[in-house]
Design a protein around this ligand. Structure first.
Ligand code: SAH
Ligand code: SF4
Length: 368
């Protein structure tokens, strides 16, 4: 594996200082960035308007390689999962979700990409596929950035697309891993993806989802960029949360709510509460009052998500009637809430499942 810094892990000021060391003129930088972020080049040799001597220096100093598409599932106009193979043979997923005004951000003719931040996850929520195989490692900055660029590159090869078309204008950091446990790499990647010279995606179109790392939520509140924040709540009391989310023992609801107050104070109405409905666990109406109280306190919207079945786990989604009753009870309390009613279990694509299946298949049957 290359130990050179990756070109897609650098901020503009870092590239500028390297160009000073190279003694290269500044006007070459926008040309380079155009190759990297607009034309999505995979090789220095493609950059034909840069002098050969500069290409050689760049190649000696930086890596530009990217990961390979292992599999893609889904059709062009529905949710599609991409499974990437990293340089160290690990797998991560990104999920492309077509425009849907009721999801995150506003209506648009473009797409949302659900991005992973770690290989596996250490937080071990009982219902989640990502935690099942344990935690392997944090993703590096360029591995976060490249998920967007690789999907754009794939789109570029589809019929009817112009080479520099952009598909993705919304990001949800809700793939595999706990984003706030990989804070520094995530923030740097998001700065690159947000910058006009980089990904050009508005910060308000980027939603970071966390299982509730209260200290990092406070830290995020201090950042200048206005990211949206989604809290994976899934229980409105400590009793319910403790049953399914070990992180709640470390940062119980009281502490989490205070960190969210702080984020809310600093950023305005930027919080969504995510609530998966799991049969026999958290769909009882006694969760409605504490959930409504928290939503009002944080001026937050609630997203109810019927649980996606994970192979090997016993959890199920409640009946549609129970889901609708929960929604109605929340609405009666004056909460703005949505319930995903999509047919099939494909939307959201239950993060981590494709990777889990592929890893298990590669390992083959467990020897007797
Ligand atoms: N670690 C972060 C982000 C990744 S998980 C977090 O927990 O917020 C993204 C979302 O998918 C979380 O809300 C998570 O609880 C939810 N999720 C995980 N497994 C799921 C499943 N099987 N069905 C529905 N949602 C699931
Ligand atoms: Fe990790 Fe989020 Fe899955 Fe919990 S829900 S195990 S924090 S990825």
């Amino acid at each position: 594996m290359s130990d050179k810094p990756h070109i897609r892990s650098l901020l503009l000021e870092e590239i500028e200082s390297q160009f000073q060391i190279f003694e290269e003129p500044k006007y070459r930088i926008p040309q380079l960035l155009n190759w990297v972020y607009v034309k999505r080049a995979k090789d220095w040799e493609e950059m034909t308007n840069l002098p050969k001597s500069l290409r050689t220096k760049l190649a000696e100093t930086f890596a530009i390689s990217t990961f390979e598409l292992e599999t893609r599932q889904g059709s062009r106009d529905t949710t599609q999962k991409f499974l990437w193979k990293l340089e160290d043979q690990q797998f991560i997923e990104s999920v492309l979700i077509p425009a849907n005004p009721s999801l995150y951000g506003e209506a648009s003719d473009r797409h949302t990409l659900c991005v992973s931040t770690q290989v596996g996850c250490a937080y071990g929520c009982k219902f989640c596929a990502s935690g099942l195989e344990g935690y392997k490692r944090n993703l590096k900055v360029h591995e976060i950035v490249d998920q967007i660029l690789c999907v754009e590159r794939w789109n570029q090869t589809q019929p009817g697309q112009k080479p520099e078309d952009r598909l993705i204008n919304n990001l949800v950091i809700m793939g595999m891993g706990e984003p706030l446990a990989n804070y520094d790499n995530l923030l740097k990647a998001l700065k690159i993806l947000n910058a006009p010279w980089g990904g050009g995606i508005g910060a308000r179109k980027i939603t970071i989802s966390t299982s509730g790392l209260a200290p990092q939520i406070r830290k995020l509140a201090e950042e200048t960029l206005q990211f949206r924040l989604a809290i994976s709540l899934h229980g409105a009391t400590d009793v319910v949360r403790n049953k399914i989310m070990p992180v709640n023992k470390k940062h119980p609801l009281g502490e989490l709510a205070l960190a969210c107050d702080y984020y809310q104070e600093k950023k305005g109405r930027m919080i969504t509460l995510e609530y998966i409905l799991i049969a026999g666990i958290n769909e009882s109406l006694d969760q409605v009052n504490p959930l409504a109280n928290l939503a009002h306190r944080l001026h937050a919207k609630v997203n109810l998500i019927p649980y996606n079945k994970v192979e090997g786990l016993p959890w199920e989604r409640p009946t549609e009637e129970v889901q609708e009753d929960f929604l109605m009870a929340l609405e009666k309390r004056g909460v703005t809430a949505t319930l995903r009613r999509e047919k099939g279990h494909d939307i959201d694509a239950a993060c981590g499942q494709l990777r889990l299946k592929t890893e298990r298949a590669l390992r083959g049957p467990i020897p007797a």
